[in-house]
Design a protein around this ligand. Sequence first.
Ligand code: ATP
Ligand code: MG
Length: 407
Amino acid sequence: MRVKDFPYEFTKAIPIVRRLQQAGFTAYFVGGSVRDFLLGKKIIDVDIATSAYPAEMKEIFSKTVDVGIEHGTVIVLYGGSSYEVTTFRTESTYQDYRRPDSVTFVHTLEEDLKRRDFTINTLAMDANGDIIDLFAGEADLQGKIIRAVGDPHECFHEDALRMMRSFRFTSQLGFMIEDATYQAIKENISLLEKISVERIQVEFIKLMLGQFRNEGLRFFLESQAVLHVPFLKQRNSQILEKLLLLPDDKLRTASQVWALLGYFLKFSKDEFHQFLREWKQAKAVFYKAYLMLELLKKREHAEWTNEWLFQAGLDVALLTEELVQLIWQCGDIEKVKKKFAELPITSRSEIVVSGNDLQKELDRTPGEWLGATITKVEQTILKKELENKYHAIIEFVKSEGKHDESR
Ligand code: ATP
Ligand code: MG
């Protein structure tokens, strides 16, 4: 099959393929970009596979970055974008059911495609738009099928992460897993324990953020994968089945995923902390998820208060409200935006009186009183019981001081 109308993402990268060809090498577009293009989906990364070795690529292209050069990958910077260009390779020496320690460079595209996980991921395209389909990937794209390349048992023994990848593709694409492939997954699911949490986590998040989340989750639960991933294995997976009752509305961020799970699994603060730690979450996600779960628990019983909105910030407030919509089919994004816009202050720095001002006006040296006073001022402004004006605040603080003295 030859495709005619290349999307911009490919046209932009064609000169890279051509340059490799002019230098006597073969080169093709491969992987997710070809799959997503044929599905009419948004193309994220355009990856290229070539017969050139990394050192040869670096001679051809002036701007390159060495990442994973030992795996044959060179990042080529071209036209304001970056492309992963990888030498044809196989991954033959698999140990412990994980990614291989070393890779072997090979000469042909076919050998390279053979080591890939699923038939839909083996499609390649040349610079003329000719599709190379050596493993019936197009038929599986049409039939919406995730099928292991070659023997499925071998496929998952070589790299057990592929089982998680199959679930996330069902969630992203709405595809089904072919019978023999799924059978092999169910038989080998415990091999997931050999895989690092970092790699599992990437696929799990992609699963949870997919358009067909419930499909992916159903496979994840039914295959018992849930029993072989961090922390969740100790939990009753029936609780997680309740997630399947939620509508398939898309989630937007990893922090929403964790907060949603935290809510359903009824984690205490400490448990949630431990859970996020075991899943090796980056600090920023960790913090957001933590805050979001707290707010979600409050929001379950009441409307947003100014204090909660202030604490959340607009971004977290909206992410939380989206979870409210997902879980309880209520929630009102516009209302939250409006209420947030009406906050008298959205951060402490907006208070017109500074710590220095307070010390001067009250003629006091810094101490614990200062932080407590600023918090009191902030909370009172948020309740709209105090105006954010210099004299009003000073008056308020002085009168509070008198109260304290008379107590
Ligand atoms: P995404 O859209 O999420 O990037 P993708 O299919 O491009 O999806 P990548 O992880 O970027 O996934 O991998 C690029 C390609 O490399 C895949 O399409 C597949 O051909 C191959 N691949 C990736 N991971 C594996 C794996 N664990 N085993 C075998 N092949 C893999
Ligand atoms: Mg990709």
